[in-house]
Ligand binder design. Structure first.
Ligand code: GS8
Length: 221
């Protein structure tokens, strides 16, 4: 029986982009179920597949749902073993990769959201925090091509979707990541040379317009 791979997706979601990049790295074909009204009217399939968080992405593999993007990426790596691995072999390196991917979720994502959400002092503090996080990541990257060394893997997949925000920050005159973190920007360019990434990340102008309209809408509600 042919296997079934379905992704509950939303085009602008950084978390869903991680899953699409991992599937592309492994050459896995999947059915993409875009969630048309993710925030106001969740599909019955989403509610049934992720009853705990009710969020995308959800990967439904042969009828069984897997939730949480970083867990899904690691699942993909374990199930589809052809192609280059996304996790290091060594247990210490694996733990380290999980640590930094978790850091992206716990620090980079919240400070990035706080820039968009806040005004005044809180916005300024969030900008500082976001740049400090990126600089810390730059220190971890050092001179390596990718976070795990020569191989593109979990931490790269966790972080690269957020590079779409850099354009938003620059366009809004907040800061220029290219100037603040040149080494990290070199890594962004390297990641973008991979088809899995360049074909997955949305057009930055389209993303900009979407994010701006989202926050404007939330301000008026
Ligand atoms: C986050 C998923 C998430 O926030 C992961 O998969 O890594 N920790 C999770 N998904 C958002 C879309 S992206 O902003 C979502 O589904 N939001 C719907 C909602 O909040 O109702």
């Amino acid at each position: 029986m042919a296997e079934s791979v379905v992704l509950l997706d939303f085009w602008a979601s950084d978390f869903a982009q991680r899953v699409r990049i991992a599937l592309a790295e492994k050459g896995v074909e999947f059915e993409d179920k875009e969630q048309e009204d993710l925030f106001k009217n969740k599909s019955p399939l989403l509610l049934q597949s992720n009853p705990v968080h009710k969020k995308i992405p959800v990967l439904i593999h042969n009828g069984r749902p897997i939730c949480e993007s970083l867990i899904i990426v690691q699942y993909i790596d374990e199930v589809w073993t052809d192609g280059s691995p996304l996790m290091p072999k060594d247990p210490y390196q694996r733990a380290n990769a999980r640590f930094w991917a978790d850091y992206v979720d716990k620090k980079v994502y919240p400070s990035g959201i706080a820039i968009l959400k806040n005004k005044g002092e809180a916005k300024e503090a969030a900008k500082k925090e976001f740049i400090a996080c990126l600089k810390l990541l730059e220190g971890e990257l050092k001179e390596k091509p990718f976070f795990g060394g020569d191989c593109f893997g979990l931490v790269d997949i966790a972080l690269i979707p957020f590079s779409g925000w850099f354009y938003i920050h620059k366009t809004n005159g907040y800061f220029n990541v290219e100037e603040e973190c040149p080494t990290l920007m070199g890594w962004v360019k390297r990641c973008m040379e991979r088809e899995s990434v360049s074909k997955t990340l949305p057009d930055r102008r389209k993303l900009y317009d979407f994010v701006e309209s989202m926050w404007k809408k939330s301000e008026t509600q």
